[in-house]
Design a protein around this ligand. Structure first.
Ligand code: APR
Length: 248
């Protein structure tokens, strides 16, 4: 067994409260491009023009061009071994909560029950004029989707410039400051306030296990164990090691 994988597995087995923080990188192997890697979404859509709440209120039709592309990619996506591995750890009682920046619902589809959607989700839409809510299935295939009042609907995802849902933020902060082990998977950790959570956990004495294709701003000073590689492979290795050591 790889030494780093074994160390990560032992940390998880000894921890009384473990959480996972995930970003777009965990879903890349499900066919959903991330944002900041080469060829990522922000290579094709300038976030200033497509991903701020200001852009949405000013040019909703334009923003829906990007949202439509994202929706079609997400619709075809299935959970990969990384999502499934985290739901397995939850089933074994070794992972309490996944706090995700992703809006693809793949953690839930993989079987994770305690998921905090830090940047909202794309399963429902809201009218910014009359506040009516719709399930995304009601408006499937309608681009841009419109409210009965005629206004173009906004998906319940958090755009830049919007506040993080209060409950998600409060519970995430509480978990980060009380966890003993934190897995952080597939995120560049450059977006605030999500990127405060690993620092909060570190300050509270938690062990930080980072899984990423490449080093990030966290590696080297926040991260205790850096498992470099694809999320599906590294998570699977950690879960197998946990099971092996647990049954010894
Ligand atoms: N396995 C592991 N890590 C991967 C993989 C993979 N297969 N593919 C990519 N990564 C890593 C990249 O190296 C990068 O560090 O995942 C990270 C993805 O970073 P971003 O594209 O910045 O995505 P994320 O961190 O989730 O962005 C945060 O920014 O644009 C906003 O709201 C959006 O929620 C998003 C937030």
């Amino acid at each position: 067994m790889d030494e780093l994988i074994e160390k990560a597995a032992r940390i998880i087995l000894e921890s009384k409260l473990t959480i996972a923080l995930t970003g777009a990188g965990i879903s890349v192997e499900s066919g959903i491009p991330d944002f900041r890697s080469k060829g990522g979404l922000w290579d094709r859509f300038d976030p200033e023009e497509y991903a701020t709440i200001y852009a949405f209120t000013k040019t909703p039709e334009k923003v829906w061009l990007m949202l439509k592309e994202m929706e079609e990619t997400v619709d075809n996506a299935k959970p990969n071994e990384a999502h499934i591995g985290l739901s397995e750890l939850e089933r074994l009682g070794l992972l309490q909560t996944v706090i995700t920046q992703n809006i693809d619902n793949l953690h839930q589809e993989a079987g994770s029950r305690d998921v905090i959607e830090y940047h909202g989700n794309s399963r429902s839409l809201t009218c910014l004029r009359c506040n009516r809510k719709y399930d995304y299935k009601e408006k499937k295939g309608e681009y841009p989707p419109k409210c009965e009042c005629g206004k173009i609907l906004k998906p319940d995802v958090i755009f830049f410039g919007e506040a993080i849902p209060v409950k998600a933020m409060a519970r995430s902060s509480q978990l980060a400051s009380t966890c003993q082990a934190l897995l952080i998977i597939g995120t560049s950790a450059v977006v605030s306030p999500f990127n405060i959570l690993p620092r909060q956990a570190k300050q509270a004495g938690s062990k930080i296990i980072e899984i990423n294709l490449e080093k990030t701003v966290l590696t080297g000073h926040i991260t205790d164990i850096f498992l470099q590689g694809k999320a599906s492979e590294q998570v699977s290795h950690v879960v197998s090691a946990v099971k092996e050591l647990r049954d010894l």
